[in-house]
Design a protein around this ligand. Structure first.
Ligand code: ATP
Ligand code: MG
Length: 411
């Protein structure tokens, strides 16, 4: 992509109404644009990152047998009355049509997915089943001051599974847990799985996947030796106490952002909607359900919170909008290198604009594409290659570029 044709604009200064690093950098580097608090447009660069994260999530959900669907955002009031959510859920957006009919905007979709799936399930032989979607959610959040970390409109992956027994749910949960840790790892993050209370209608334990960051809105206690981790709001333990898991480590407190979670829904929704299947004993049973969320747009914000420096964003290669940023300086032409990289399948943003070298360097660091390639009068027919995290640049021929960019530098 030629940068001269890219729909974006880099800005020197951070917007006054954004307090968090992710919102400031994503705005300045031209990834997102704020319409109002908690509601953003994604510009081409930002959309590409969102799509990359979405694709990682999709691949891992498909790998464990999830089937992708797309469900409506606009819901009739009746389904939310059936589950009790109409009065219970404070973040539920409610609207009225000109005919006086009332609707809700999807904030989670158990009310839609339960009847949808159970219409197609007759016996235990049709189970287990897991469907998911990657779609916009709407929540009337009171505090949406953390950029992409807390949207009023945000992008989420929500999966729902249906099982003939609690044991089968437990089995599947273990599989999802592994898939989740893989998703976060592929996005360049380390997530800890915490135990938390099961939410408003269940006494069951739920699991939250937390990434340590000061921009997060949760406090967790984690063990410095094993994987034990709890949310402070429910924790029985105190900071500095011995880990109840391994008995060797100590518990530390940290700020974290919840990037995903898993709920054991039990039979709640199947009961609310009176939906059953015929079990092995030939009797009718309610399925045991689980729901599994990943905050796709929140993940994008968390990645920026974790990976940036004073100059700008540092995208992990797996989610970066482009792999390489090719800067053409002075009177030199980088067109040949650009064409060559495209034949090699390298996604490259080609800064062919009429701008000063200083400007191009500053903007490249702000945008944060992993590999910076420079062609100038000084590079003498070669290309200067440098990773965003490295200070050292190397001069190589265009044919050597692909190899030179294989050497992974840790972000
Ligand atoms: P939180 O405690 O942060 O409000 P939640 O428990 O309400 O999260 P869920 O309803 O389980 O979250 O949603 C699934 C995932 O969607 C969360 O783990 C989080 O990553 C993401 N998410 C939830 N609310 C928001 C929001 N307002 N903006 C962006 N992402 C969100
Ligand atoms: Mg919430």
């Amino acid at each position: 992509m030629r940068q001269s044709e890219l729909f974006t604009r880099v800005e020197r200064n951070a917007p006054k109404d954004e307090a968090t690093v992710n919102a400031q950098l994503l705005h300045r580097a031209g990834f997102v644009d704020k319409l109002m608090s908690g509601v953003y447009s994604y510009l081409p660069l930002g959309l590409q990152v969102l799509r990359n994260i979405e694709q990682i999530v999709r691949e891992e959900m498909n790998a464990i047998g999830g089937q992708e669907v797309l469900m409506p955002v606009l819901h009739p009031k009746s389904i939310w009355e059936k589950s009790g959510g109409w009065d219970r859920i404070d973040v539920l957006f409610k609207l009225e049509s000109r005919t006086g009919k009332e609707y809700a905007l999807g904030q989670s979709e158990e009310e839609v997915v339960t009847p949808l799936v159970m219409k197609r399930v007759q016996t235990y032989q049709d189970l287990p089943l897991a469907v998911y979607q990657i779609h916009w959610k709407f929540r009337d959040e009171l505090r949406s001051k953390s950029g992409l970390l807390r949207g009023v409109e945000f992008f989420m992956k929500d999966m729902y599974s249906f099982h003939e027994s609690q044991e089968d749910f437990d089995r599947f949960y273990g599989i999802v847990r592994k898939a989740y840790l893989k998703i976060f790892e592929r996005a360049g993050l380390v997530a800890k799985a915490t135990e938390a209370s099961g939410g408003s209608f269940s006494e069951k334990i739920s699991y939250e996947f937390m990434v340590l960051t000061d921009a997060g809105e949760d406090d967790i206690l984690y063990c410095d030796v094993c994987e034990f981790c709890v949310n402070v709001t429910i924790a029985k333990q105190a900071v500095g106490s011995a880990c109840p898991g391994c008995k060797q480590g100590k518990l530390h407190k940290a700020r974290a952002s919840e990037v995903g979670n898993v709920f054991d829904l039990g039979e709640k929704y199947a009961k609310d909607f009176d939906l059953t299947f015929v079990g092995r004993d030939k009797k009718k049973h309610h399925p045991v359900m689980g729901c599994y969320g990943v905050g796709v747009s929140r993940l994008m914000g968390v990645v920026v919170e974790k990976f940036h420096d004073e100059k700008g964003i540092i995208w992990p290669e797996s989610v970066a909008p482009f792999r390489a940023h090719l800067l053409e300086l002075g009177n030199a032409s980088a067109k040949e290198v650009y064409d060559y990289l495209q034949t090699q399948g390298v996604e490259v943003l080609y800064d062919d604009r009429n701008a000063s070298a200083g400007e191009k360097f500053v903007e490249a660091d702000l945008i944060g594409i992993p590999w910076r390639l420079v062609v100038s009068e000084k590079t003498g027919g070669k290309v200067e290659v440098k990773h965003r995290t490295s200070k050292d640049a190397k001069l190589v021929t265009k044919e050597e570029l692909v190899n030179a960019m294989k050497i992974q530098t840790k972000t």
